[in-house]
Design a protein around this ligand. Structure first.
Ligand code: AMP
Ligand code: GLY
Length: 426
């Protein structure tokens, strides 16, 4: 069958790369894709918001399976639309994608069904929110309710910072409509990890564990980004905790969505805090993580296509997924200035050297072609990814590849994976 992947980042590159390895797959298309994806798949210039165009293309090319990468089209009902057209699509419907697109929806669901998460309160009035934080004190976490491209969360160390965050979201509308309602949440202490799981709405099959690095600078300093690197497995998540996460978080959430009449099929991504009282949910995402996907899929031994198909037709209980024992690390090379303003169009050198002899893979995240050269075209530019027998070996291989690549003002973290080393006593 031919497959269409919707999206244009490093996550979609990794999806295209994995899908293309399936013997069941003929041609792979990506809309809109990027310069690197164009070397693996046929990229087509249709935006992720252009549902009519995407449906038409899927029909014209008789595409057998559509995979949706980013959250925006999911929240806007792309899966509902493809279902109405009788087309096979992987991802949750809009009602189910509310787990990510409305933080208050997710919180209410977790409270109702006893799924472990921090205590919280919800506000649509700034005065009331300010009175609440003054009464409750800090630290607290202030979150815009809606989708804010990863920018709507403030971890406030003191009451002033919380008040500023409330004003920014609710009065200045820094995140537009997403901030008309906010939630204020208990600060959870611990180490974070990401668990992505496949589900068909009934059965839940977790993927290998991983850990993202959201702050821009080494040592988790500086503002949050979309993610500056990741590694898998995440040793902070012990096998015992994996079982507990499945039992207390993943399965109950999928069951709860079914009970609420919004069955959830696709990838359920749980962003977790490993607290002294066990794993608790920080947030749900309704899609593959970026950059977690770039380290999880290289470790997946099984063909991914039967898994996608089983998630769309309710037969995931028939599927076993195998993982390699290897570790995988990805380092994000970003444009100078990111996550603030940055320039585009900088020529990138050394891509072939970095991938010589298959020691590393460079998943493009934000690149374009310009007169036969690959140039930067986004904040997160490249995901330089390597596997190894151990995490230290994967780290070394990834950074050896990073050192081969050059573009003006490139920056990256030098400590991706270092938290894993601590757990391993290295
Ligand atoms: P989110 O966009 O919800 O993933 O939040 C961004 C980051 O803020 C998370 O990766 C955490 O580092 C931090 N964060 C969010 N909620 C909490 C919380 N309740 N306690 C501690 N840190 C949090
Ligand atoms: N890695 C964070 C995210 O995908 O939202």
């Amino acid at each position: 069958m031919d497959v269409l992947v919707i999206g244009s980042g490093g996550r979609e590159y990794a999806l295209v790369w994995k899908i293309a390895q399936s013997p069941m797959v003929g041609k792979v298309y990506c809309a809109p894709g990027n310069a690197g994806i164009a070397q693996q798949a046929e990229c087509i210039a249709i935006s992720t918001q252009d549902f009519d165009g995407l449906v038409q293309f899927t029909r014209d090319k008789q595409i057998g399976l559509v995979i949706v990468g980013p959250e925006d089209p999911l929240a806007h009902g792309i899966v509902d639309r493809f279902h109405e057209e009788g087309l096979m699509v992987f991802g949750p419907r809009a009602a189910a994608a509310q787990l990510e697109s409305s933080k208050s929806f997710a919180k209410r669901l977790m409270m109702k069904y006893g799924i472990p998460t921090g205590a919280y309160a919800e506000f649509s009035d700034a005065e009331e929110a300010i009175a609440y934080v003054k009464d409750r004190g800090a630290p607290v976490v202030v979150k815009a309710d809606g989708l804010a491209a990863g920018k709507g969360v403030t971890v406030a160390r003191d009451v002033n910072a919380a008040v500023n965050a409330i004003c920014q979201a609710m009065l200045d509308r820094a995140f537009g409509e997403a901030g008309s309602r906010i939630i204020i949440e208990e600060y959870l202490e611990g180490e974070e990890a990401s668990i992505l799981a496949f589900t068909d709405g009934r059965t839940v099959v977790p993927m290998a564990t991983s850990q993202d690095h959201k702050p821009v600078f080494d040592g988790d300093e500086g503002p949050n980004t979309g993610g500056m690197g990741a590694y898998s497995p995440a040793p902070v998540v012990t096998p015992e905790w994996c079982a507990e996460i499945q039992r207390t978080i993943l399965q109950p959430t999928v069951d709860a969505m079914a009970s609420e009449g919004a069955p959830y099929a696709g990838v359920l991504y749980a962003g977790l805090m490993m607290t002294v009282n066990g794993p608790k949910v920080i947030e749900f995402n309704c899609r593959f993580g970026d950059p977690e996907t770039q380290v999880v899929l290289p470790r997946m031994k099984s063909d991914i296509i039967p898994v996608f198909v089983a998630c769309t037709n309710g037969s995931l209980d028939q599927i076993q997924i195998e993982w390699t024992q290897d570790a995988c690390v990805t380092v994000v090379m970003a444009s100078g200035g990111y996550p603030g303003p940055y320039q585009k169009g900088k020529p990138i050198e050394g891509l072939d050297d970095a991938q010589r002899e298959g020691a590393a893979m460079v998943f493009h995240a934000g690149t374009a072609w310009d007169n036969g050269r690959v140039v930067t075209n986004g904040g997160r530019v490249l995901n330089v990814t390597a596997c190894g027998e151990t995490i230290p070996k994967a780290i070394d291989a990834a950074y050896a590849a990073v050192r081969c690549i050059h573009f003006e003002d490139a920056h990256y973290r030098n400590d991706i994976g270092s938290k894993a080393l601590k757990h391993l006593g290295l």
